[in-house]
Every structure is written in C-alpha cells, then in structure tokens.
Design a binder for this molecule. Structure first.
Ligand SMILES: Cc1cc2nc3c(=O)[nH]c(=O)nc-3n(C[C@H](O)[C@H](O)[C@H](O)COP(=O)(O)O)c2cc1C
Length: 365
C-alpha cells in the first residue's frame, strides 16, 4: 500500500468518517477548488496521483480518453473541480446532475455512510446551481480531460407533468450544447419529486424526440437505474434505438432495500444506495445491455468499483469506460491511479495490448 493510501486509510478516514458525510464532501470540494486554482498545486497533485499508459488510451465517439476511469455524476455537482480532476488521474469526469432550474435539494440529512456494506445512501435530491449558472461557469473553458455534462429534471412539483419535465431537460440540454465532450441524460435519479417518470417508454420517446431536434456535436448517453426489470429494459432499448443515442451509463443508485449486500443493521428509509450494494446489479445491467444491443452502444459501467479487478470485470462484461465515486470515498483519491496501474497488469496477463480489446471478453456476442 502506498504512503498516501496509508495516510488516507489510517489518518484521514477515521477522523472524516466520524463527521457528517455532507460536511466532509463540502470541505473536500472547497479544498479541491483551491488545489485546482494554482499551477503548482495542480502539478504536485498530478505527480502524486497520475498513472498513464498507452494501453489505457482509447478513442471513443471521436473523444480521446487517456484512461477508462471516470468520476461519476454527483460528486462535482456544480462543476467546481474541473481544474483539479485531471491531476487526480481521472480519464474523464461527469459533472452534475445539472437541472433546468437551480435546486436546493432535499432537506438534510441527505447523505449517509454504510461502512459495513461499503456503500453510501444518497438523498441529495439533485442539489445544484442550475443550468444557467453552471453553463456560465464552464463556457469558453478548455478542460484537461473529456467532460460529460449530466442533465436531469429539476426536483420540483412543477416539473412532474411530462411536458414540463421535457421542457426542463431541454433547457439544461440547450445550455450545454457547446460545452464539454458529451451529455448524459439522467432518467434514473432515485430521490427526486415524482419518481423516475422518464423510465416510461412513451415519456422517454417524447424526451429523446425533442433532444434529437437540437443540433450538437456531442454524443448523448442515457443513464439507467439498476432496478429495472428485463421487460422494462427491452422496451427502453426499443426507444433508444429510435433516437440519436450513443451510449448507456449502467448504472445509477439502487432504491431496493432487499439486497444481500446490505450488511449494516440500520439503513435510512430514504435515498439510493451506491458502492458494493449496487455493484452486482450494475454488472448484471452492463452484461444485459451489451448482449441485447449487440455492442451498439458505448457502455459506461458504474457502481461499486473499488479495485482494478472490479473495473476490469465491468470492461470484460461490455463496458468501454467505467466511473466511480464510492470507491474513492472509502479508499482515497490515489485509488484512481492504482486502478489504472492494476488494469495494465490485468490486460498484460490476458495478452491484451489495449483496454479496448478486453471490452466484452466475458460476454461474447
Ligand atoms: C454523493 C452522490 C451523489 C450522486 N448524485 C448523482 C447525480 O446527481 N446524478 C447521477 O446521475 N448520479 C448521481 N449519483 C450516482 C453515481 O453517479 C453512481 O451512479 C453511483 O454512486 C454508483 O457508483 P459508485 O458505487 O462508484 O458510487 C450520486 C452518487 C453519490 C454517491
């Protein structure tokens, strides 16, 4: 274990894990912003964390990824860390979810740790500064890594009618047409007003029809819930096939409490679960989507990645890229470089010369 990993595990974490998780998250964001603002701190962080190898580089949908490990949506909700994230070693990052209107989110407490389960319970309710403010923050900027913009529907009773919900997504989508490398349409937030109405095929069809009509060079991804049953997934795939969608993010948080990976005695009644609780569900969905869509969509695997072996499993099931939050919270930011380094070793053992060769290796079409 590296010195930094030891410091995180035995120094920072025991203290931080006694504090309120949202308080810690807010302070990490503030610290990350300061580190990102200065050339010397960026260079120091980069020296400490970045691992690069040509074996990890891929060009996907016209975007160059220096490695397949990305930051998942929800950690940098207001796009405040874009200067420091490349130095932490990420190959890409997704900011947001950003909604049409600013949103204060659900009442506190809205973030919990489940240490025995190696998971978090998230009930933020799409807290963010809103599309207008965040687009202004990012406009005209050049980013060190590909930046995805995750958009969602404002968490409010006003956006519950389908037409109003679509208008809200479209407002956010339009705000970022020229910003970042790709857009993810998050239809799977487990903790917002009115549930997940755009997992209904007819509503998703109507939403994507509006999105199709807005010209942009950026590929579109759709982020799915791990809690969908196969008939629902089949119906959603039929909808995706009718529109200009390039990729699928598998997956968001799970809402289900009947999960064998929950090891903690007490689980908050509200919120979606991440980490090791969602991992098997995410892997099931990656495998299912890759097989059912015959590799047509770029799959971003997300949920419970803590190690290189976890990331590699998702890639071998069909993911081209992976994302994470919870693994980084439990293990520290050095884990991004460790995963990349471990991936290179695993690829070598299996005789692959590039990560792209391993995609779907365990899930032959
Ligand atoms: C604190 C937190 C906030 C999140 N907020 C969002 C969000 O705004 N939009 C979204 O699409 N997913 C959100 N997620 C879900 C993550 O992007 C990811 O899908 C999920 O946490 C599983 O990955 P992990 O196990 O690596 O954390 C959030 C997750 C966490 C932990």
């Amino acid at each position: 274990m590296s010195l930094f990993a030891r410091l995180y595990r035995y120094g920072f974490k025991p203290v931080a894990f006694r504090l309120d998780p949202e308080f810690v998250h807010d302070h990490i964001l503030a610290f990350g912003k300061i580190l990102g603002a200065h050339r010397f701190s960026r260079a120091a962080v980069q020296k400490l964390f970045v691992f690069s190898s040509p074996m990890l580089e891929q060009d996907i949908l016209g975007i160059h990824f220096s490695n397949p490990v990305g930051l998942a949506a929800g950690f940098d909700k207001n796009a405040e860390l874009t200067d420091i994230l490349p130095a932490v070693g990420f190959g890409f990052a997704e900011v947001g979810s950003v909604t049409g209107e600013p949103c204060a989110g659900n009442p506190k407490q809205r973030l919990w740790r489940l240490p025995k389960s190696q998971a978090l319970v998230v009930n933020y309710g799409l807290k963010n500064d809103g599309a207008g403010a965040i687009a202004r923050r990012l406009a005209g900027r050049v980013f060190g890594i590909p930046l995805g913009i995750s958009i969602a529907k404002t968490n409010s009773p006003d956006t519950v009618p389908t037409k109003a919900g679509i208008a809200d997504y479209v407002k956010a989508y339009r705000s970022f047409v020229g910003i970042g490398s790709y857009t993810t349409i998050n239809i799977s937030c487990p903790n917002a007003f009115g549930g997940q109405p755009f997992t209904e095929p007819a509503s998703l069809d109507a939403l994507l029809a509006e999105i199709d009509g807005i010209p942009t060079r950026k590929p579109v991804f759709v982020k799915l819930s791990p809690d969908l049953a196969e008939p629902q997934l089949e119906a959603l795939i039929a909808v995706l096939n009718r529109h200009t969608v390039h990729g699928i993010v598998c997956t968001n948080l799970t809402n289900h409490r009947a999960n064998l990976n929950i090891k903690d005695a007490v689980v908050p009644a509200v919120g979606g679960l991440s980490g090791k609780v969602v991992e098997p569900l995410a892997n099931r969905l990656i495998a299912y989507m890759y097989r059912c869509t015959q590799g047509k969509y770029v799959i971003v695997g997300c949920g419970g990645v803590f190690t290189a072996a976890d990331a590699y499993k998702k890639i071998r099931l069909g993911a081209s890229l992976i994302q994470m939050i919870t693994g980084m919270v439990y293990q520290g930011p050095q884990v991004i470089g460790e995963i990349n380094q471990g991936l290179v070793k695993l690829l070598r053992v299996d005789g692959f010369s590039n990560v792209s060769e391993a995609i779907g290796a365990d899930n032959k079409l």
